[in-house]
Unconditional design. Structure first.
Lengths: 285, 332
């Protein structure tokens, strides 16, 4: 029996992000959550592998570290076909950087899933976009890893991975247990996530069997604090100020277009790498 | 070892894009080194890499550590991470910078974890604070938020750097640098990942992600037929065409053209946006566009607020107007 662990993350739903137009900042605390799109693709890969080897030959555990509300995405994972959902949540885990996140996920897998054969992560979450947790988790578990997979295939005790990195098409073969991160959508996409069956979400909610583990249950030190233990510190967060002229043109199309080229033609021509006549109204009739 | 402060740049050289990012980081490292009185060093792994070593010296490296061995010919995350970690332990640099290529973003987190030090991803700026610490400036949410990050207690301070962020120094043939050969260790980690194939597949010559001019169209273009006009404009401007999600869903253009959180991120010098309302999934992917021209009938559309020049008009008519104007103005 192959035990597949899928690490998923709840991220703010960007389309729903409450945006403060005055300060140009996101009000993250009131944002709606969703399963990170790249983690969702990792779950899809796990479901396809399970379907390939046969229902009784593989088991999927979806695990997430996050605030209590992240339980939602674990219900969703179960509705999609995960056999087990586990939420690692504790105020002491808040503020973890990628190093600490990998440590906590690693502790869960080492102590509670010793039979883990394949660990799948999204390549990069849509909020912090670091692509670091997957590789660092592999390091914590001392297992091999391949990033940015587009296609996975089980071959005996190995997994074969196709990927496209920095203009190189690569095929890698990795011993198991091992970790793979699943790439964003590309051409010939295999892991487009399936729709969540609504009845399935309801059933998962009713069954209410998400396993919740706090720091104590995980065996973290009593005075563990992820924020102060993280080697990186965020000293400032801000919205990039875009000092745009925001010049508004109205009126006849021809006049607007002439103004565009007369006043900004140089910017356009230098981007084109071609000369443009900027003050040429001979064509005017 | 000496108390000399070192700023290291890991050399990523296997294609043009990667070799440029290494030169760009060397340039910034030279600025940081001046502020902290440190030496700029490159670290090169590979097979027959002498030419790269010379190139790095000509671009600002004062010292280059080289492990040159036939077994290192193909990029390998596990063995490269092993070598880099061992070298860092031996020479204790203050700072280790790596290009945020995909390979760089794979090797950097592994090295950081082995060293139990911090790592900031995909930095768009680097500076030194009053305590001499490396300030790592990194974007999140597709550039809608920027975080300043430091690594206060552990060394080295590690960051990956977004390609294209810094300007490389001019090639200086006269520059002198010290070359430090480092032999391959007797024992390397057993290969748990085997590379069966690694072939250079250069992407198409023109790509929307790297295009200098991008034209994006939304539903405001009116119809599939009218949307095609954007491609005529693109031919004149040497531009690439992108689209919003509704346009892709309506099958006016293939999903390859999707610009947005779930699609392509663009960073053109000039962006023309036609009939796009500006949903945040879309705007998050064009935060790096430098000069933005927006055409929309609705003066209050979100996209209009992001514009350098906003034209309140029918997108389709302005597109035709620009095509006409360009035909008159382009000097061949």
């Amino acid at each position: 029996m192959l035990h597949i662990i899928v690490c998923i993350k709840q991220v703010p739903m960007v389309s729903e992000l409450p945006w403060d137009p005055k300060t140009g900042t996101l009000k993250r605390e009131t944002a709606q959550g969703m399963m990170d799109p790249s983690a969702r693709r990792a779950l899809e890969a796990a479901l396809q592998i399970k379907a390939g080897v046969g229902r009784n030959q593989a088991r999927i555990t979806a695990v997430s570290m996050g605030p209590p509300m992240a339980e939602e995405i674990l219900y969703e994972a179960k509705a999609l076909g995960a056999d087990q959902g586990v939420l690692l949540t504790d105020p002491c885990m808040a503020g973890a950087d990628t190093c600490m996140t990998a440590m906590i996920l690693g502790k869960f897998i080492t102590d509670h899933c010793p039979d883990a054969g394949l660990i799948l992560c999204g390549a990069m979450s849509s909020d912090s976009e670091t692509a670091q947790v997957g590789p660092q988790l592999a390091e914590v578990l001392d297992i091999p890893a391949v990033g940015y997979a587009r296609r996975l295939e089980l071959v005996h005790d190995c997994v074969r991975v196709e990927r496209h990195v920095d203009d190189f098409m690569e095929v890698m073969e990795m011993d198991l247990p091992g970790l793979v991160t699943i790439d964003h959508a590309g051409e010939s996409d295999l892991y487009t996530p399936r729709y969540v069956p609504l009845a399935g979400v309801e059933a998962a909610f009713n069954a209410g069997d998400i396993r919740i583990m706090d720091g104590k249950a995980l065996g973290l030190n009593k005075d563990f604090n992820a924020l102060t233990s993280s080697p990186t510190k965020i000293i400032d967060v801000y919205s990039p100020v875009t000092r745009k002229e925001n010049r508004v043109l109205t009126g006849a199309v021809k006049k607007m277009v002439d103004t565009l080229f007369d006043d900004y033609g140089k910017i356009i021509s230098s981007a084109m790498g071609k000369d443009l006549k900027t003050h040429d109204h001979e064509g005017d009739v | 070892m000496s108390a000399e402060k070192l700023i290291w740049v890991w050399a990523d050289y296997r294609n043009y894009f990667q070799s440029r990012v290494t030169l760009q980081i060397l340039a910034r490292a030279s600025v940081l080194a001046e502020k902290t009185n440190a030496a700029v060093c490159a670290v090169v792994f590979g097979d027959k890499v002498e030419a790269y070593v010379k190139e790095y010296i000509a671009h600002g490296a004062q010292k280059v550590y080289v492990t040159d061995d036939p077994s290192l010919r193909t990029y390998n995350v596990a063995s490269y991470a092993f070598l880099l970690t061992a070298l860092v332990k031996r020479f204790a640099p203050e700072t280790l910078l790596i290009g945020a290529t995909r390979f760089g973003q794979e090797i950097a987190p592994r090295v950081a974890k082995q060293l139990d030090t911090g790592l900031t991803a995909d930095c768009i700026d680097l500076d030194i604070d009053e305590k001499g610490q490396l300030v790592q400036v990194a974007p999140a949410f597709g550039g809608n938020l920027i975080a300043k990050i430091i690594t206060p207690h552990t060394r080295p301070q590690m960051a990956t750097i977004r390609p294209g962020t810094f300007q490389e120094l001019p090639h200086d043939d006269e520059a002198k640098g010290e070359v430090v050969p480092v032999p391959l260790p007797d024992t390397m980690p057993s290969p748990r990942v085997r590379c069966l194939k690694s072939e250079l597949h250069p992407a198409r010559a023109r790509k929307i992600e790297t295009a200098d001019i991008v034209i994006t169209g939304g539903r405001g273009m009116g119809s599939k037929g009218k949307f095609r006009k954007l491609f005529d404009l693109a031919d004149l401007l040497h531009a690439e065409v992108g689209a919003t999600r509704p346009v892709v869903y309506a099958d006016w253009v293939s999903s390859e053209a999707l610009v947005g959180q779930a699609g392509k991120h663009i960073r053109p010098k000039v962006l023309f946006s036609f009939g796009v309302s500006g949903a945040i999934q879309h705007t998050a992917a064009l935060a790096d566009a430098r000069f933005i021209v927006v055409v929309n009938k609705n003066p209050n559309a979100t996209m209009m607020k992001l514009a350098d020049v906003a034209m309140v008009a029918d997108a389709n008519q302005v597109c035709s107007g620009i095509i006409r104007a360009l035909k008159q103005r382009i000097r061949d």
